[in-house]
Write a protein that binds this ligand. Structure first.
Ligand code: PLP
Length: 371
């Protein structure tokens, strides 16, 4: 069954969406069974969004269709040259049943920056926001309501053109899929141990580190496996000069004794919206925030002298996690201090209180998706 729905309010781009309902959608009972224990990234909703782009036609044919396999030519450029970008965000259900997302214009702008770096077309912000509203319009029942659960939204874009020559693709597709997410730390937020990779880097100077692109993740998988072998859950990377960069998929913030927060500024890290928001909340509380190059040695000597009392990692999926240990090949930093953990957890609480509508959204960070 296909219904052509004009937009309630025509977007700037004036798109007419084609909506095809999934006849094999999960029953309410099946859906509730999944939502009772969704985990992360295991289950997907009944529908997906896709929009085509071509050099000649620009963005066209926006669709909502049943979730399912994508048919690709074996020569599709993405499969060979990794021309791909993505975003990650969440839809939160508030106590009154309404559904909101967090700072989506920041994700839209970041996806445009990623697109520029990866020679992909930029998706206008209005279409990006509309694509999120469209998937929620059909899959709203998939947004869970248990505490600290959400519907993870995964917009992504890749080179679909079947061509083995090396140049930016002239045919590209943009999609949104959605996956219910459980409370990341069911038993309370536990500090994580981090392995410092010195043999490998996730990105280099002038590389693609600032773009949210699959290749950066591909290059982090081997060091991530090494981290597991060392008994750590995550891996941290340095730049060529020995400055701290970030984890495979989360940013890092160091906490000084006087409450100052220090975080790496670098052209080769992915600038997290969670980090930016947490640092804004910390600034509101009177903390000094420093965004600058952070030599690893500063962390090591600061931890030894007591100048640096802790550290935390942050990103959309896990929100904020205190770092308990940083393990290197020939050294170890242990942050047993409760003070920095308490600060990290207080900032986490405040951020999630805003996201779930439990306190005032004083920065205007929420965008409603279901109306
Ligand atoms: C997505 C991502 C982050 C975190 O960004 P958020 O906007 O906070 O989710 C950090 N590092 C990398 C490499 C990422 O891909």
């Amino acid at each position: 069954m296909t219904i052509n729905l004009p937009l309630q309010a025509p977007s700037a781009a004036g798109l007419i969406w084609q909506v095809t309902r999934n006849e094999q959608a999960k029953t309410p009972a099946e859906r509730e069974a999944i939502l009772a224990d969704p985990g992360f990234g295991n289950h997907f909703t009944d529908h997906m969004v896709d929009i085509c782009w071509s050099e000649k036609g620009g963005w066209h044919r926006p669709r909502v269709s049943p979730y399912g396999p994508i048919s690709l030519d074996p020569a599709a450029a993405v499969l060979h040259y990794a021309q791909e970008i993505f975003e990650g965000m969440k839809a939160y259900r508030h106590a009154d049943g309404s559904i909101h997302t967090f700072r989506p214009y920041e994700n839209a702008a970041r996806m445009q920056r990623s697109a520029r770096r990866m020679a992909l077309p930029e998706l206008p912000s209005e279409i990006f926001i509309e694509s999120l509203q469209r998937i929620i319009a059909v899959d709203a029942d998939w947004v869970p309501s248990a505490p600290e659960t959400s519907l993870y939204l995964r917009p992504f874009m890749f080179a679909k053109e079947a061509f083995l020559g090396v140049r930016p693709a002239k045919k590209v597709n943009y999609y949104v899929i959605a996956s219910p997410a459980g409370a990341y730390f069911a038993g309370g937020v536990e500090p994580v141990n981090i392995w410092l990779s010195t043999q490998y880097a996730r990105a280099g100077k002038g590389g693609t580190g600032a773009a949210k692109t699959g290749g950066n993740y591909a290059s982090s998988l081997l060091p991530q496996a090494e981290a597991y072998e060392k008994g750590c859950q995550q891996v941290a990377f340095l730049d060529d000069e020995g400055n701290l960069e970030e984890l495979g998929g989360m940013n890092i913030v160091l906490v000084k004794r006087d409450g100052t927060l220090v975080t790496p500024e670098s052209d080769s890290i992915l600038e997290g919206i969670t980090r930016d928001s947490i640092l804004q909340l910390a600034t509101d509380r009177g903390h000094v925030v420093e965004r600058r190059a952070v030599p690893l040695d500063e962390w090591r000597s600061g931890a030894a002298s007591g100048e640096i009392v802790g550290a935390f990692a942050c990103g959309t999926a896990a929100v904020v996690v205190p770092i308990g240990r940083l393990l290197g090949t020939d050294f170890e930093i242990v942050h047993a201090g409760t003070e920095a953990s308490a600060l990290a957890l207080a900032l986490r609480q405040e951020l999630t209180d805003i996201q779930y509508g439990r306190i005032e959204d004083r920065h205007g960070w929420l965008t409603r998706l279901d109306a």
